[in-house]
Design a protein around this ligand. Structure first.
Ligand SMILES: Cc1cc2nc3c(=O)[nH]c(=O)nc-3n(C[C@H](O)[C@H](O)[C@H](O)COP(=O)(O)OP(=O)(O)OC[C@H]3O[C@@H](n4cnc5c(N)ncnc54)[C@H](O)[C@@H]3O)c2cc1C
Ligand code: SF4
Length: 332
């Protein structure tokens, strides 16, 4: 691990001031905030992240889950994954989020991991974590070892010739289906970013993963009020039953009336370079009866633009079945 200085931020403004000293908020940042540390410290041990300064934000007053005046939810960036998953209102009104969180990592990790840190966790592409190999995300312009290498766990949607890394988070998939908004405080004040605009496609700058700028601090995540009569579900498929990332996952929110689907939100995990909202699947569901043929058509639509590499073609069928099954469960 490279030498670095460590400090503790007492209020958000102090954290933002410290963070703004960095020339970039992305890979290679000189200043990093640390929350649960379950991503950052691992990557520092591997010399993948080499900040000169680490700012502990754990003392900031951002660890509450509160109702908003419109009936939505305001989740502090420092709310631990286990607290969020077990929050009574989350379990009742946003079941898909609770299920997604509980499917991730292990209970020990969930006790440490935070909402803000989970949003910003990095890919599990093996080359990203191995400084002896070429990786455009870690070292822009060095090449991508995965495209013709070990790519079994990587993305089939939203890829580019420069990077095919999948976004590994379960929580992010549920937040995408729930149309969350990320509240960010930075050097120029506060802004609200819809989750659909928060994550960037890799294109030819895979090192830039989100719209975060130097010094930006995620303070909250906002959820809109739950859709009346909707049911939601998260299904995760992986190589083993726990402590494993998704090969494919699906987060769905569904409401039917008069024998037809009137509200549908669909997001996929494990298969996209970012948490993958599927407007194609949603369009294939709306106005149709909640039955097997409809779900299969939606799953086909969701994966129509998928581009497999040498080892991950199986994910296309897996993701289709995953989505169709999640939709059946939500509709049952
Ligand atoms: C063995 C293992 C298994 C795992 N399995 C899964 C899994 O199955 N599913 C899954 O979804 N995840 C899994 N994870 C990932 C885990 O969920 C993340 O590591 C965790 O959510 C990150 O949260 P953290 O608070 O520890 O982040 P940290 O490590 O503290 O921070 C991560 C990044 O976010 C930045 N950051 C943190 N908070 C803020 C903020 N408020 N504002 C701005 N920047 C911020 C940090 O600077 C850092 O760059 C696993 C991790 C491990 C180690
Ligand atoms: S897929 Fe992305 S993260 Fe993996 S080696 Fe290629 S550039 Fe790096």
């Amino acid at each position: 691990m490279e030498p670095f200085t460590f400090s503790r931020a007492a209020d958000p403004a102090e954290a933002i001031r410290a963070g703004t000293a960095a020339s970039t908020a992305q890979q290679g940042a000189e200043v990093r905030f640390v929350a649960g540390g379950t991503t950052l410290i691992d990557l520092m041990k591997l010399d993948v992240e080499t900040p000169r300064r680490v700012v502990d934000i754990n003392h900031l007053p951002l660890a509450k889950v509160e109702r908003t005046s419109d009936g939505g939810l305001k989740i502090g960036a420092l709310v631990r994954n286990s607290d969020l998953a077990n929050n009574a209102e989350v379990k009742r009104d946003y079941a898909v989020l609770s299920q997604a969180l509980l499917s991730g990592a292990s209970s020990q990790l969930r006790n440490m991991a935070t909402t803000g840190g989970n949003l910003l966790q990095r890919t599990r592409c093996v080359y990203f974590r191995d400084t002896a190999t070429a990786c455009n995300k870690r070292e822009p312009g060095s090449g991508c070892s995965a495209i013709h290498g070990f790519n079994r766990n990587l993305a089939v949607l939203g890829t580019s010739d420069h990077c095919i890394a999948s976004n590994p988070s379960d929580m992010n998939v549920a937040l995408t289906a729930l149309e969350a908004t990320i509240v960010i405080r930075g050097a120029h004040g506060e802004r609200n970013v819809p989750i659909g605009d928060f994550f960037l496609l890799p294109g030819n700058t895979p090192d830039r993963e989100t719209v975060m700028e130097p010094g930006d601090l995620i303070t909250h995540v906002l959820l809109p009020p739950p859709h009346r009569g909707a049911r939601s579900h998260y299904l995760k498929l992986r190589d083993r039953a726990s402590y494993e990332f998704a090969l494919a996952s699906a987060a769905v929110v569904l409401a039917s009336e008069g024998g037809a689907i009137r509200h549908a939100r669909v997001a996929l995990g494990g298969v996209g370079t970012r948490p993958w909202r599927s407007p194609e699947a949603e369009a294939a569901l709306l106005g149709r009866p909640a039955e097997r043929a409809t779900f299969a058509a939606a799953a086909d639509a969701a994966l129509r633009s998928a581009k497999p590499c040498s080892q991950n073609g199986f994910k296309i069928e897996l993701a289709k079945r995953c989505l169709a099954s999640a939709l059946s469960t939500a509709a049952a």
